[in-house]
Design a protein around this ligand. Structure first.
Ligand SMILES: NC(=O)c1ccc[n+]([C@@H]2O[C@H](COP(=O)([O-])OP(=O)(O)OC[C@H]3O[C@@H](n4cnc5c(N)ncnc54)[C@H](O)[C@@H]3O)[C@@H](O)[C@H]2O)c1
Ligand SMILES: [Zn+2]
Ligand SMILES: [Zn+2]
Length: 408
């Protein structure tokens, strides 16, 4: 295997007196999809506007599976110096993980050190990383129409350098961070301070999957009281949709999943009806229409990453007003859509992070967590240590698995 193809998955280690970090990390040698391996790397101190964080827990999102296979993102973002940056390449070697959390004491991450000019956070603060930022200055942030800030570092810091290396070789970050690691360096624009009353595992889920589903009902669909909702896929994202729809007062929340074990899980979050597509000759859209007096639901949410279900979600919504929010991610990037449904007034909208702006919106979810309005405990089905990370993807295949939390 060539050195250039080394894929670093996560890391572990201790702070050295020279303030560089020598770490033990999990890595993937050779081609994508190979087993994860633990190695030793260096993490540098933070530079201007950056923070160095000691991770204490992290978690796995379905998108992490795609990333181990080199999932390509084919979007162009603009860096602060206004040079467009393509993030279409799968960057290797890299340290994986984009969900994680921090707390001063056990089982989260501690802000270890602050770069020059960091005034928003202080030594010892608890943080979660976010894979999108909110600069409040770019055209998108100022538009009020989207949460997708145009200042988007992918794999490297804004100055095109990395804070991690292995035996002199540069390592890429994942998105803006790299959470399967004892230490990570992030730009302050991609970190949100959390209240220490939030349990660390809950904070980790809030940093991506749960907030994505929850936010989609709030920021994207704006589900109204009394409305009907269909959710395709009851993983952490889909269960976040169910929770959000329930809190917003939806009267019918139909969960769709091939895994029968998700029937009971969905009920915990407020699902009113369950469809297992494997158990019927009808299309899912037909089954959903039967449950809604033939009209279809007001909102459908695609949370599986199975692209054919986007059209199924569209068909399942009501004529003239149905809205389908596409959240699931896949290596397949082309989906077939029935033009008749679109022309007759239905909408399909894609969403990243549920439309949530990290700095402006996340606090509302954190408050609900503190007030124990959310069922985040029911999502955590498995806990492992960082050096067991190699088993994590196998655990995700078990029918009773929703979320694997990594204790660091
Ligand atoms: N857009 C975003 O910002 C964003 C953020 C996080 C995750 N994601 C994506 O959202 C999707 C869900 O993530 P997750 O972590 O909840 O995944 P998950 O794997 O935990 O859950 C997916 C669920 O879908 C079900 N499923 C799979 N195929 C199905 C089918 N054909 N019909 C019905 N159900 C089916 C599975 O049984 C499982 O319960 C993934 O594609 C992930 O990559 C997107
Ligand atoms: Zn994610
Ligand atoms: Zn911005």
């Amino acid at each position: 295997m060539s050195k250039a193809s080394l894929q670093v998955i996560s890391c572990k280690g201790e702070l050295q007196s020279n303030s560089n970090l020598v770490m033990i990390f999990c890595c993937m040698l050779g081609r994508r999809g190979e087993p994860l391996v633990i190695e030793e790397i260096q993490v540098e101190p933070p530079q201007a506007s950056e923070i160095r964080v000691k991770m204490i827990c992290a978690s796995l999102c379905h998108t992490d599976i795609l990333f181990t296979k080199g999932y390509p993102l084919s979007i162009e973002f603009r860096r602060p110096n206004c040079v467009s940056s393509s993030i279409s390449q799968a960057l290797f070697p890299k340290v994986l993980g984009h969900e994680g959390a921090g707390r001063i004491t056990f089982s989260c991450s501690v802000v270890e050190s602050l770069g020059e000019g960091v005034t928003e956070l202080k030594e010892g603060d608890l943080i979660i990383p976010t894979y999108i930022g909110e600069c409040k200055e770019c055209e998108n942030c100022c538009s009020g129409k989207t949460n997708l800030c145009q200042k988007y570092p992918h794999g490297l810091m804004f100055d095109n350098s990395s804070r991690m290396s292995v035996r002199g070789q540069r390592l890429y970050h994942l998105f803006t961070c790299s959470t399967w690691s004892e230490y990570m360096v992030v730009n302050v624009n991609y970190a949100v301070k959390i209240d220490p009353r939030v349990p660390p595992t809950h904070a980790s889920l809030i940093s991506c999957a749960f907030s994505t589903g929850f936010g989609a009902t709030w920021k994207e669909a704006q589900v109204e009281s009394g409305s009907s909702v269909a959710v395709f896929g009851l993983g952490t994202v889909g269960l976040g949709v169910v929770e959000g729809a329930r809190i917003r007062g939806a009267s019918k929340i139909i969960g769709v999943d091939l895994n029968e074990e998700k029937k009971e899980k969905g009920k915990v979050f407020g699902m009113t009806d369950f469809i297992n597509p494997g158990g019927s000759d009808k299309s899912v859209a037909e089954a959903i229409k039967e449950l809604t007096g033939g009209l279809g639901v007001d909102y459908s949410f695609e949370c599986t990453g199975v692209v054919s279900l986007i059209n199924e979600g569209l068909e399942a919504t009501a004529l003239g007003r149905g809205v389908t929010i596409v959240i699931g991610v896949s290596h397949e990037t082309i989906a077939s859509i029935d033009m008749n449904s679109l022309i007759w007034g239905k909408t399909v909208k894609g969403s990243i992070f549920g439309g949530i702006k990290p700095q402006s919106d996340l606090q509302s979810i954190i408050d609900k967590c503190i007030n124990e309005e959310l069922h985040l405990d029911a999502l955590v089905t498995h806990e492992i240590q960082l050096d067991e990370i190699g088993q994590a993807f196998e655990l995700l295949k078990q029918p009773d698995c929703v979320k694997v939390v990594v204790l660091i």
